[in-house]
Design a protein around this ligand. Sequence first.
Ligand SMILES: [Fe+2]
Ligand SMILES: [Fe+2]
Length: 319
Amino acid sequence: MSAPTLDRPAAPDEAALQAHFDATIAADKRVEPRDWMPEGYRKGLIRQIAQHAHSEIIGMQPEGDWLLAAPSLRRKAILLAKVQDEAGHGMYLYSAAETLGADRADLTDKLIEGRHKYSSIFNYPTLTYADVGVIGWLVDGAAICNQVPLCRSSYGPYARAMIRVCKEESFHQRQGYELLMTMMRGTDEQRAMVQDAVDRWWWPSLMMFGPPDDDSPNSAQSMAWGIKRHSNDELRQRYVDMSVPQAEALGVTLPDPELRLDPSTGRYRFGQIDWDEFKRVISGNGPANAERIARRRAARDDNAWVIEAATAYAEKHAS
Ligand SMILES: [Fe+2]
Ligand SMILES: [Fe+2]
């Protein structure tokens, strides 16, 4: 440590900084961008926030496919608002990653080159309009289970972004459920479409919580640092408990013969998740991975001129 002078106090050493960081986490206070933080904390957060941002942006595609084929003006307006919200979530999250020193263009490149992951759920195709409703109900529902605890994440900008995001996610879930309720009150063919969509999306939605706890390498450290608040399996159980009564109210069956209430715990037991399928999809070999990334790559390349023009314009005004 250098000797203090009148105008410049001594810089605290690493051990003092680490102690201050540990005390912040222990007291459940927020870490802010200018605070010192361990390199592992910074890197882990960038990885998690970028993965989350990529999921929001790639997640616009499966539903965006239905914008031109929405069955009414009302449905089109709702879907358009929802897909735009997801773009906004991605922007908040990339901004949060930038407060940690990450570069947005670099994160996008890593996504396109397959060096960053995004949620496996968005690699499944949307085959009918009922899929739009089921995504709102189940996929946004699972996102809410995952994200509400992140509003208390130890990193300030991430936690604050999540508060705003979660308010919009709850609108997403309700619009999906309302769409499905409307279809269930319709014709036999519409009811069959809803059931078919539920059959295809239920298991992939359970995979959204990530691998089981005993196979989740980053979880323990993330929880010790207050980045994550609950384990993958805990959140998955919470989601199942929330969804089963909603499925009953809707009048659909969930495609799991082992699903039943355990009277001793008041929680639902469910069947074995196909983790081979999860690994296949998350590693790039799901039904729509190639298409999702090809589109994201085209969007980056075809719109590069917009960034160039905006940068040139800003530079001209600055000078
Ligand atoms: Fe979102
Ligand atoms: Fe959403």
